[in-house]
Design a protein around this ligand. Structure first.
Ligand SMILES: Nc1ncnc2c1ncn2[C@@H]1O[C@H](COP(=O)(O)OP(=O)(O)OP(=O)(O)O)[C@@H](O)[C@H]1O
Ligand SMILES: [Mg+2]
Length: 318
């Protein structure tokens, strides 16, 4: 697989995702890549899909609120932290139009488990198309479990929409009567869809488009972040397997937090021996994903200068 830099040099707009086990460095590496791209003249949008947002901390700026916010001093970099309340606000009006579906799904999107995540992921495609002035969109994802659920939603939404469409076709006339009975608004709605089936068709369409974006070889790469420890390696294998199942192209494997080669510290020496062993396993097992190592810095990754120091390790000068 190509390195991140080589992939970004290819023509066209790009979507990069960073995923992996909790605490391995997804946010740090996604943010460093976004800063590198922005400082090399690519208009970049960094999105966090992790409900426990940390982009505000890493950029030392209040980026909360669910809207696109520009990063101070970096003219080509903007950030959006997906807020479930904002997603609910954006998509609830669609549900409000159709009491038929409220009958099945409940009154509020927020009451249906996973529904907001579903709309958040299908909103990615809308963001990608609506904000075509961004050449690059980078997603800093939540730890593996949440992200796999998140990425399974296009298929789930498509399946659910198709089942509801079929159900409606099966119950036919009865559904029409029921719909008429519950319907509050009629065709005077200027926007939206008059027929409830159209709403489900729309959801199916959104889900298919999102799936197509995520699996597009030309635009998309899922970069996997790991550390040289057995548990993280096992999780990496499971993550790669699932990402392949979702047909999302995998980019580069970033092996983070590598201890320095020369050190006087006994603890670090012992750690380093274990890391070397695990690193060998990673290099053999995941060779095809072009693993690259990132050193463990003394200081935390926090603020623009430390992100620059980080990106210099794995991304080239242009
Ligand atoms: N190469 C590195 N050197 C030093 N510290 C690092 C490095 N990479 C990450 N860290 C630190 O490790 C911690 C976790 O990093 P980060 O938040 O990027 O991980 P994450 O995978 O996004 O975590 P989460 O799963 O909680 O979202 C942070 O304190 C960060 O500063
Ligand atoms: Mg994170």
């Amino acid at each position: 697989m190509d390195s991140i830099a080589k992939f970004l040099q290819e023509n066209g707009r790009h979507l990069l995702l960073f995923g992996g086990k909790g605490g391995v460095g997804k946010t740090s590496l996604a943010s460093a890549t976004a800063l590198w791209a922005a400082e090399h003249k690519t208009k970049t949008l960094l999105i966090s899909s992790d409900p426990a947002h940390s982009l505000s901390d890493i950029f030392d700026q209040d980026l909360t609120g669910g809207q696109i916010v520009s990063v101070d001093g970096i003219s080509k970099l903007s950030v959006k932290e997906i807020e479930t309340a904002q997603v609910a606000k954006d998509y609830q009006p669609y549900l409000d139009k159709y009491p038929e579906y409220k009958f099945i799904l409940g009154d509020s999107l927020e009451l249906v488990p996973g529904m907001i995540d579903g709309f958040s992921v299908i909103d990615l495609n809308r963001t990608f198309n609506l904000h075509s002035d961004f050449d690059l969109i980078i997603i800093d994802t939540a730890p593996t479990g949440h992200t796999l659920r998140f990425l399974s939603f296009p298929d789930f939404m498509k399946g659910t929409a198709m089942r509801l469409i079929q159900l409606r076709q099966k119950v036919g006339v009865f559904a029409e009567k029921l719909a008429g009975f519950f319907r509050r608004k009629k065709k005077e709605d200027k926007e939206g869809f008059d027929d409830p089936a159209e709403f489900m068709e729309k959801i199916k369409d959104w889900a298919i488009r999102t799936k197509n974006l995520l699996s597009n070889e030309k635009t998309t790469r899922f970069n996997v972040v790991t550390i040289p420890e057995t548990l993280s390696i096992n999780e990496t294998a499971r993550l790669i397997n699932e990402i392949n199942n979702y047909e999302i192209p995998i980019g580069q494997l970033l092996v983070n937090k590598i201890f320095p080669i020369s050190t006087d510290c006994e603890f670090c020496k012992a750690k380093k021996i274990i890391q070397d062993h695990e690193l060998k396993i990673i290099q053999e097992r995941f060779k095809q994903y072009n693993p690259i190592t990132i050193p463990f810095f003394k200081e935390e990754i926090h603020g623009i200068p430390s992100l620059r120091k980080l990106y210099k390790i794995f991304l080239p000068e242009i």
